[in-house]
Design a binder for this molecule. Structure first.
Ligand code: PYC
Length: 340
């Protein structure tokens, strides 16, 4: 496997990771032993990871090492030397422009490692620098990338569900946001909600509905009423890997707030508290920009583990199992028979 960390003395050098969850959504930060993608622009590091070391992404996140919904974060030096760190986010399907829950998880990880203290910091990402603040109570505020709605009330005929309308918005990833659904946004309805969102995403592809510059819309967000009265809304988000965000989704909350402000349903500076499907909350406040808004997003993450992942050369499943990973390459005996 063309990854770092798989060789070394007696094959014992691994990939060091710290795991966390942000309102239930897991993040795995690679702190040592990742592929050599250099220290140039984050977009170039992401391209190098995608073009030369994509197996690493799957090996890190797929079974047997990863879990469904996990987002990976390759930590590196910042692009701007005055900033704190650089990061490339990815999931089991593809690379993410930005990741709200992942940034909160990354800052909690840096705090755990003693690399940030309460106060401001800046994380460089492939879609731009992201200022953050670690608060004394351990929560993290993220000034997300500029977020805006690009298309309003797009009509879509979704097979099995009929015509629906939704908005296309950017919050660091592309979202199709829909206010109606086939069931309440509750955990017991996950299968129904997933099927609906996947059908919407297929219809978007079929009709050529994209983000700007033809970028695919890889997230679908359903909105509904909150469960608790102190909150303002609840979300269910289909992520690129075909599963759902356990958290309220940071980039999704940003896209939602951009739409609410554009509709005059949320004032600039007013808090929007969005529940995720597990009931965890992100609070977002919109700051004005010439186009769209800058969402200021606050949430909490907890570190759950620190490990050294091992990729043994003889392991036929060392590149991971699932999400389209190729069949394992089994070592052959000299007679060409498969080893058991
Ligand atoms: O929090 O932005 C987010 C996110 C994107 C995909 C999964 N989580």
């Amino acid at each position: 496997m063309a990854t770092a960390g798989s060789s070394g003395p007696a094959g014992r050098r691994g990939v060091r990771v710290v795991d966390s969850h942000t309102e239930g959504e897991p993040t795995r930060v690679v702190i040592e032993g990742g592929p050599p993608v250099g220290d140039g622009p984050l977009a170039a590091r992401r391209d190098a990871l995608r073009d030369r070391y994509d197996e690493f992404r799957r090996a890190l996140l797929d079974e047997p090492r990863g879990v469904e919904a996990m987002v990976g974060a390759l930590l590196g030096p910042p692009e701007d030397p005055t900033h704190t760190a650089g990061v490339v986010f990815f999931d089991r399907a593809r690379y993410l422009g930005m990741c709200g829950h992942g940034t909160i998880g990354l800052v909690a990880t840096l705090a755990y490692l003693g690399r940030v203290r309460p106060g401001p910091a800046t994380i460089d990402t492939p879609v731009g620098p992201v200022p953050v603040e670690l608060r004394p109570d351990g929560s993290v505020t993220v000034w997300n990338v500029p977020s805006y709605r690009s298309r309003t009330r797009v009509r879509l005929d979704v097979p099995g569900y009929g015509p629906i309308e939704g908005d296309v918005a950017w919050g660091g990833n592309w979202f199709f946001l829909v206010d109606t659904g086939p069931a309440d946004l509750r955990l017991r309805n996950v299968d129904t909600l997933l099927a609906y969102c996947r059908a919407i995403r297929s219809a978007l592809v079929r009709d050529g509905v994209t983000g700007e510059a033809g970028e695919p819309i890889d997230h679908v967000e359903l909105s509904g009423p909150p469960e608790r009265p102190e909150n303002h809304g609840r979300s269910f988000v289909l992520t690129p890997d075909g599963t759902y965000d356990r958290s309220p989704c940071g980039t999704g909350t940003s896209a939602k707030v951009a739409c609410l402000v554009a509709d005059g349903r949320l004032a600039l500076g007013a808090p929007w508290r969005q529940e995720g499907i597990l009931g965890g909350v992100f609070e977002a406040v919109a700051e004005p920009l010439p186009r769209g808004i800058r969402p200021r997003l606050t949430g909490t993450a907890f570190v759950t583990g620190e490990s050294n992942l091992i990729f043994q050369e003889r392991d036929p499943f060392r590149a991971g199992v699932g999400s389209g990973a190729p069949s394992p390459k089994r070592p052959r005996t000299s007679g060409g028979r498969r080893k058991r």
